[in-house]
Design a protein around this ligand. Structure first.
Ligand code: SAM
Length: 273
């Protein structure tokens, strides 16, 4: 792995503030802290072996917002090298402040676009993507980037909300607050309504890449994917042939229809590493 490039190619700041996550970052940070569920333990069990990550393990959090998971994981596992990536300058600043307040030296943040990550192929051990697909224009492009930058046998943990109302409410409130506090109302890039994916659509999205393993789970509030890349280097993995697209879609539908919801909505059992 080329460690020299890990921090390189940072997205250059632009004067654009056309994001709700810039305008009312404080509101999202409050929601993240006090309203949304904390999946730190599920992430750790899914991505790391029982003894914890090996020294120097590189973890990327995409769309990290205020750096909740990057900081929690860096705090819990000093062996990790964590980087949080987000488009919002304000949230990146909040994430940096959070890490500094906790004296975390193994945690950094940079502005970058999850559709086009500034990391070499196969350079990252583990990736966390939480609540990001709700608001992005090209979900498949992000899954492709996750697959590309993961090293052979690397894993990712993806969590997306399933509850329309509870997911759409925070975004609707962000729109309302932005409208009340700016004259540029209506010019933000986020959708008016969060795009909550159905189970078949989520399964189909995950299966757009050729994972060695993809474990999909659901509970009353979230859908999860824990995916592992195969052992072949990226260059040796053939693109998914056109002729297989229908097969993948059928398999996604079949998989989605066979999920057994956990007995309790707070007990998503994700296969430990
Ligand atoms: C709904 S928040 C999720 C934040 C955090 N992952 C969590 O679990 O609470 C979505 C975050 O993704 C960021 N974001 C949106 N589009 C992005 C992109 N293309 N690349 C990187 N970050 C993006 C937003 O700025 C925002 O902080």
């Amino acid at each position: 792995m080329d460690s020299g490039n890990f921090e390189a190619n940072v997205c250059q700041p632009s004067p654009s503030t056309d994001s709700l996550f810039e305008r009312v970052s404080w509101f999202y940070a409050l929601c993240r802290e006090y309203l949304f569920r904390d999946h730190t333990q599920e992430i750790a069990h899914s991505l790391f072996p029982p003894e914890g990550p090996a020294p120097g393990t590189r973890l990327l959090e995409l769309g990290c917002g205020p750096g909740f998971y990057a900081c929690r994981l860096s705090e819990e596992f000093p062996n990790l090298r964590t980087t949080g990536v987000d488009l919002s300058f304000s949230l990146i600043q909040r994430a940096k402040d959070r890490a500094a307040a906790r004296h975390l030296s193994n945690c950094s943040f940079q502005r970058a676009d999850a559709h086009s990550l500034p990391y070499p192929s196969g350079s990252i051990d583990s990736i966390v993507v939480s609540r990001l697909f709700l608001i992005v224009p090209d979900k498949e492009g992000i899954v492709r980037e996750v697959f590309r930058v993961l090293r052979p046998s690397g894993r990712c943990f993806i969590a997306e909300p399933t509850s329309g109302f509870r997911t759409r409410l925070p975004l609707a409130l962000m729109w309302l607050l932005a409208r009340l506090t700016t004259s540029a109302a209506g010019k933000y890039r986020e959708p008016q309504q969060a795009d909550v994916m159905s189970r078949p659509d989520f399964a189909k999205l995950i299966h757009t890449q050729m994972w060695a393993n993809a474990d999909l789970q659901y509970d009353g509030w979230y859908q999860y994917a824990v995916c592992q890349r195969g052992t072949a280097p990226v260059a040796e993995i053939p693109a998914l042939p056109e002729s297989l697209t229908g097969v993948v879609e059928a398999e996604s539908k079949r998989a989605a229809s066979h999920f057994v919801p956990p007995a309790h909505e707070h007990t998503a059992t994700l296969t430990p590493a």
